[in-house]
Design a protein around this ligand. Sequence first.
Ligand code: FAD
Length: 374
Amino acid sequence: MPSHIYDTILIGAGGMGSATAYHLAKSDADVLVLEQFQRGHTYGSSHGETRIIRFFYDKPFYTELMKTAYAEWRNLEAESGKQLLFITGSVSLGESGNRYVSDVRKSLDAAGVESEWWGVDQFVKQFPQFRVSNDMDILWQKDTGFLYASECVLTHLKLAEQYGSEIRENTLVTDVDLQTEVPTVYTENGKFRGRKIVITAGAWTTTLLTEINLPLTVTKQQVCYYKPTESIQFQPDHFPVFTEITTEGEFIYGMPYFGANGAKVARHGMGDSVSPDTCNRTPEKDYINRIDSYVRNRIPELGKTVYSEVCLYTETPDEDFIIDQHPECPNLLIAAGFSGHGFKFCSLVGRIMSELALSGETEFDISPFRIDRY
Ligand SMILES: Cc1cc2nc3c(=O)[nH]c(=O)nc-3n(C[C@H](O)[C@H](O)[C@H](O)COP(=O)(O)OP(=O)(O)OC[C@H]3O[C@@H](n4cnc5c(N)ncnc54)[C@H](O)[C@@H]3O)c2cc1C
C-alpha cells in the first residue's frame, strides 16, 4: 500500500477537473489529478475553442449561479494574464409568442439581469448578417459571450501545477476502493490513496461508479464551422452569440469567427446515445446538411461548413447537473451530468468541489443538483 496520502485525488482533467484542481491547489491542498489521456485531448466534452457563456436560462437558479461563475472567469484571466472570456452580446430568437424566449426574459428579470426586446428593424440594422421574418421575438442580452474553452482547461491545469498539484496524464483509473479507511484509487500505473476522491470523469462517470445507478446518458453531438470570405463582419466585435428555437423545435446556436476553425453553428442535443469508448467520431453528413440549410436561410453569407467535429454530452433526465457526495461514502464527491451546458460553470463548479472536498460544505445552493432527486 502506498504510504503517501493525498488530501484529494481528482479523476478526470477536463473542464470540471481542471478547475477543481486549480481551486484545491490554490487552497494549499495536496492534490493528485489522474487523466486517462493527454491534457487538451479531443475525446471528451471540453475540447474545441469556444463555448457560450450567458446569464440567460429558463431556470432562475442557473442565472443566479452565473453571477459568481463570470466573476471566477475574470479572476482566472487576471491571475493568468490571458483573455479567456470574450463578450459579444447575444440575441435569442424564436417565433412570435415562443415560450422559450419569454421564459428566458422572465428568468433574467427575476435575477435582475438586464435584457432588451428588439424589433426586427433594430436587429437587422445592428446585425445585417441575419435574415429574419417580421414575426420573430428577438431578445438582446449584452453580457453574453464565449469562453476560449481549450485555453481555459490548459490555464486551470497550468496554475494548478504552479500551486503544487501533481498531474498524471495517460493514467487510466480502473477502480476506486471505498471500503478501506482511506480510499484507494487503482490505475494501470499503480495505486494511490487520498482522503477525498473527486470524480469529474464526464462521459465515463458511470464506468467508474457502477454501484450507484446514476441516470446518465452519453450522446454524440456535432458542431459545424464556417469560414466566410468576408470574415471581418463575423469577428467577435461585429457578430453576436445567437440562440434560436426553430419552428421544428430545434435549439440552434452559433458564435463569432474565432480561432483556427472559424464561426461555429450547431444544434443543441438530439444526439444518439453512445458509449464514449466506441463512439464513431466521424462527422455525419446529414447533420452538416441540416446546419447548412439553417445557415443558408438565417445567415447566408456564412456559406457552407468547412469543418465539423464530434463531441459528447453526458445528459441527466432533467438536464440539471449532478453535484453531490456519493450516497454511501461522504469521502467521494461527484460532479457530472453537465448535459451540454456546463462549460460556462466550470470556474464555479471547481470552486464548489474544492469547498466540498475541504470542508464538506459550500456557500452555493447546489440543492437542484442532488442525486436523491432521482
Ligand atoms: C458540442 C458541445 C458544445 C457545447 N457547448 C457548450 C456551450 O456553448 N456552453 C457551455 O456552457 N457548455 C457547453 N457544452 C458543455 C460543456 O462543454 C461540458 O458540460 C463540459 O465540458 C463537461 O466537462 P467535464 O469535465 O464534465 O467532462 P470532460 O471535459 O469530458 O472531462 C472528463 C475527463 O475525465 C477523464 N476521465 C474519464 N474517465 C477517466 C478514468 N477512468 N481515468 C482517468 N481519467 C478519466 C476524461 O478523459 C476527460 O478528460 C458543450 C458540449 C459539447 C460536447
